[in-house]
Design a protein around this ligand. Structure first.
Ligand SMILES: *Cc1c(COP(=O)(O)O)cnc(C)c1O
Length: 306
């Protein structure tokens, strides 16, 4: 991966190679960590902006609350630290990764008095599913691994431990020659992908999984609002795998994946087997927003200059 100069580590900017922890760090053994994925984009006409910064930081705090750990920083301190990290690394655009984890101390499962530590790293990250994915769309398969039951792992927490489920599905999908996995919930309904939410389009109407077994994506939320503003009907409604097969269009949303079209599921071509017109429309408007070309959504951008 491409490294940068500094990582924010509990209030200090430390050189990339020196941002280290002990091998007996609690989170390394038990997954007791929460994280965020945030993007900053260069603005058309100069400067840069972080997309939905406060919403991401609030979700980090919420994730910690859900898994029962306390991050000793406020929303404002963490937001400022993110901007500081971008400026220190002179990054006009970036993928930003805040992570709060239970640190070194007692080795039992009970996190007890172990410190909760926080880092913020940033690095350049292009299209998550490959440079062609945003244009051509990707091939996906239904995973043999179900998304965890809503009372097994807390899906609304972006928690490290939850990611074993995603890793299992991702490895299976990649080993079988697909780009990504579609995961069903324990009732058999389409849930989400390994790190992306799912939308399908049929007869001009968009449908996305309700906020039950999924991580409430900020990109999902942005697309819901954008699609409504553009006059589309969007339903937050459960749907099945076979409804997905006969969709006219489908796409993933996520900070890393942005809006990635899906051209095939389980060897069934979706629609015309390429990015559909509504997907492309939303993609185009989404990129305008993040690059500061649509003042209607100025609230979603936290500007900064280097
Ligand atoms: C992060 C994540 C998403 C996408 O959320 P965004 O806020 O849009 O980045 C979707 N599903 C899972 C499991 C995730 O961890």
């Amino acid at each position: 991966m491409q490294t940068t100069e500094f990582i924010w580590f509990d209030g200090k900017l430390v050189p990339w190679n020196e941002a280290q922890v002990h091998v007996l760090t609690h989170a390394l053994h038990y997954g007791s960590a929460v994280f965020e994925g945030i993007r900053a984009y260069a603005r058309t006409g100069g400067g840069s902006a972080v997309f939905r910064l406060k919403d991401h930081v609030q979700r980090l705090l919420n994730s910690a609350k859900i898994i029962g750990i306390t991050i000793p920083y406020t929303l404002d301190v963490l937001s400022e630290a993110i901007l500081q990290t971008l400026k220190a690394n002179k990054m006009p655009d970036a993928y930003i990764r805040p992570l709060s984890f239970v640190g070194y101390g007692e080795m039992g499962v009970y996190p007890g008095a172990n410190p909760v530590q926080t880092i913020i790293a940033a690095w350049p990250w292009g299209a998550y599913l490959g440079p062609e994915a945003l244009e051509r769309g990707i091939r996906v398969k239904t995973s043999s691994f179900a998304r965890s039951h809503v009372n097994t792992s807390m899906s609304k927490a972006k928690a490290a431990g939850n990611y074993i489920n995603s890793i299992l599905a991702k490895i299976e999908a990649r080993d079988d020659g697909y780009d990504e996995a579609v995961m069903l919930d324990t009732n058999g309904f389409v849930s989400e992908a390994t790190g992306e939410n799912i939308f399908i389009v049929r007869d001009g109407i968009l449908k996305t999984t309700p906020w039950t077994s999924i991580l409430g994506g900020i990109t999902r939320d942005s697309v819901l609002k954008l699609a409504c503003d553009l006059g589309y009907t969007v339903l937050e409604q459960q749907f099945t795998r076979d409804e997905f097969y006969i969709a006219d269009e489908a796409f993933f949303t996520g900070t890393a994946a942005e809006i990635t079209p899906i051209r095939e599921l389980d060897h069934r071509q979706i629609g015309a087997g390429q990015a559909g017109p509504i997907t492309k429309h939303l993609q185009k408007e989404f990129f305008k927003i993040v690059q500061g070309e649509n003042s209607h959504y100025a609230d979603w951008l936290t500007p900064y200059t280097l």
